[in-house]
Design a protein around this ligand. Structure first.
Ligand code: GLC
Length: 551
């Protein structure tokens, strides 16, 4: 039996017999849920794996990769939306919440995916996009048809004010957040694209319809949900203009509507109706919920199991505007992550992630441009897989995928990329400068088809490292349920922390910089359990070197 089989065998034994040869604590004793003790993997349906050769990823392509995901110790897969969609925002504009888009497969392919995944100990997590639907959803088609239609109030409609938009809010994908419907002779609100009208959560019939569809997926066997853009579902009671934040005279709608008071009432109802009493996991996407507010959102009094909050994202830009770059320091990244760790330490749980389908690749986002991409990918992986919380690997991250520049704006597909490009031009940037901004930040960087020829551990040192780290994580109870404490908080090169459980302690130290870094003398005493380099110097970390010590 090789080391890998040995570790896996031991974990299976642990789950069955409650004997843990590694940590001395069993799942029952640790009181943790299944989703706190595994690794999640995010699949962007369109680009993950294309089984039928039509150029678009599909469900059968996912099924074909389940063994691979199992070897990475993945216990849950979050799949981005696979419902019918006109694809204006790649599936985040849904025209039917109750079935699968034929481009991805059939309902029976979906059932097979759930079964095949279950057979490998993997759960399928669906994406719920409930802030908005597609403008082609029959609900919206009815709603706009006339003001006396039964669904007239299912979206957010307002009369023109002095012949123009009710407020100066800019949608997240650019231009006004209001679009005129000639049919209904009113404006409707959209936080994102005009093809993504916001649903009216104040209407109980809307909420009931959404809850019904969520329950239908649970009945079908899904293991939980990632809940999209949830901070926008509650709108302020009065719609007023804001102080413009751009040359276009508008203000980002996010500033005006995100996380509005009263939102938690909706979410408690959502939880009661759909999640309570069911063994599922819920992860809300919650840009702008601050670490200090996390206790109201997760944990015993919260509404979700975990929350993707954004405090560590976007350090490299001002206010989410791609063409306003800012310099940032490692201490900012560390303190953002540590604040979230502290906020969820006693009560709640944290989803650890650096990449997703909306972010540039981690190697490009978190490291200097001269960083060796393989070493940088391994450095980031070490933090991801030894922090407290549930790690989320984004497709390709484990293969070391990096950003890919395109030479013209026309080569970008993503709607937000075009919006940010236009915004940059309005702000006075030249076309070349605007292109550079989108090359750095474009969501397309993370959405290119995965090159599976790179997925062999013998040829791919990043994948090899992920396999080792996920094994290591699951074999060390300190990493699963231990406490987190940041070390060297003022160090601008080294990200270090300790994970402690009873008398056992592990210490992670990762050099994020591209120059050598010095460790404090106390590290000389520690034994290295896993290291990314063969470096005989106990107190010096090479550029991008990562180590895990027994503390
Ligand atoms: C979320 C999704 C993003 C999408 C947006 C609108 O932020 O992650 O991809 O464009 O919501 O649904």
């Amino acid at each position: 039996m090789n080391r890998r089989e040995f570790i896996k065998g031991s974990i299976a034994l642990t789950a069955g017999l409650m004997i843990d040869p590694f940590g001395g604590i069993t799942m029952a004793e640790s009181n943790q849920k299944w989703w706190q003790r595994t690794v999640f993997y995010q699949i962007y349906a369109k680009s993950f794996n294309d089984a039928n050769g039509d150029g678009v990823g599909d469900l059968r392509g996912i099924i074909a990769r389940l063994d691979y995901l199992q070897s990475l110790n993945v216990g849950a897969i979050w799949i981005t939306p696979i419902y019918p969609s006109p694809m204006v925002d790649n599936g985040y504009d849904i025209s039917d919440y109750t079935t699968i888009d034929p481009r991805y497969g059939t309902m029976s392919d979906f059932d097979e995916l759930i079964e095949e995944a279950r057979a490998r100990g993997i759960k399928i997590i669906m994406d719920l996009v409930y802030n908005h639907s597609s403008d082609r959803h029959p609900w919206f088609v009815e709603s706009k048809s006339d003001r006396s239609n039964p669904k007239a109030d299912w979206y957010i409609w307002r009369d023109a004010v002095d012949g123009h938009e009710p407020t100066n809010w800019r949608s997240i994908f650019g231009g006004s957040a209001w679009t005129w419907s000639a049919e209904r002779q009113q404006y409707y609100l959209h936080t994102f694209a005009k093809e993504q009208p916001d649903l009216n959560w104040e209407n109980p019939a809307v909420r009931r319809a959404l809850y019904d569809s969520a329950r239908s997926w649970i009945d079908r066997g899904v293991g939980g949900f990632r809940i999209d853009a949830i901070v926008y579902i509650k709108k302020p009671s009065k719609f007023v203009n804001g102080t413009p934040d751009g040359a276009d005279g508008m203000i980002n709608i996010h500033t005006m509507t995100a996380n509005t008071d009263g939102i938690l009432d909706f979410l408690h109802e959502f939880k009661r109706e759909c999640f309570d009493g069911r063994d599922i996991v819920t992860v809300g996407e919650a840009n702008s919920v601050k670490p200090s507010q996390l206790k109201d959102w997760v944990g015993t009094d919260g509404v979700f199991d975990m929350l993707f909050e954004f405090s560590h994202l976007g350090l490299g830009i001002e206010n989410e505007v791609w063409c306003r770059p800012r310099r940032w320091k490692l201490t900012e990244l560390k303190s953002a992550l540590t604040a979230s760790q502290q906020a969820t330490a006693q009560n709640g749980w944290y989803p650890i992630f650096f990449e997703n389908h909306d972010q540039p690749r981690g190697v490009n986002q978190y490291f200097a441009s001269d960083a060796d991409p393989i070493k940088a990918a391994r450095a980031l992986a070490t933090v991801l897989l030894t922090m407290r919380g549930t790690p989320f690997i984004y497709e390709g991250q484990e293969l070391g995928v990096t950003n890919v520049n395109r030479s013209s704006i026309d080569e970008y597909e993503d709607i937000q990329t075009h919006a940010q490009y236009e915004f940059a031009l309005k702000e006075g940037l030249t076309a070349t400068e605007a292109l550079e901004c989108v090359q750095t930040r474009s969501r397309d960087n993370a959405r290119l088809p995965i090159d599976w020829s790179k997925a062999t551990p013998v040829n791919n040192p990043v994948l090899m490292w992920y396999l080792e780290l996920t094994d290591f994580r699951l074999a060390h109870e300190e990493l699963l349920s231990g406490t987190y404490k940041e070390l060297l908080p003022r160090d601008e090169q080294i990200f270090a922390f300790e994970r402690t459980l009873g008398t056992k302690k592990l210490i992670t130290a990762v050099n994020f910089s591209t120059s050598e870094a010095k460790l404090p003398k106390s590290f000389a005493e520690l034994k290295i359990l896993l290291g990314s380099e063969h470096n005989p110097e106990p107190l010096k970390l090479r550029p991008l070197e990562a180590r895990i010590y027994r503390g």
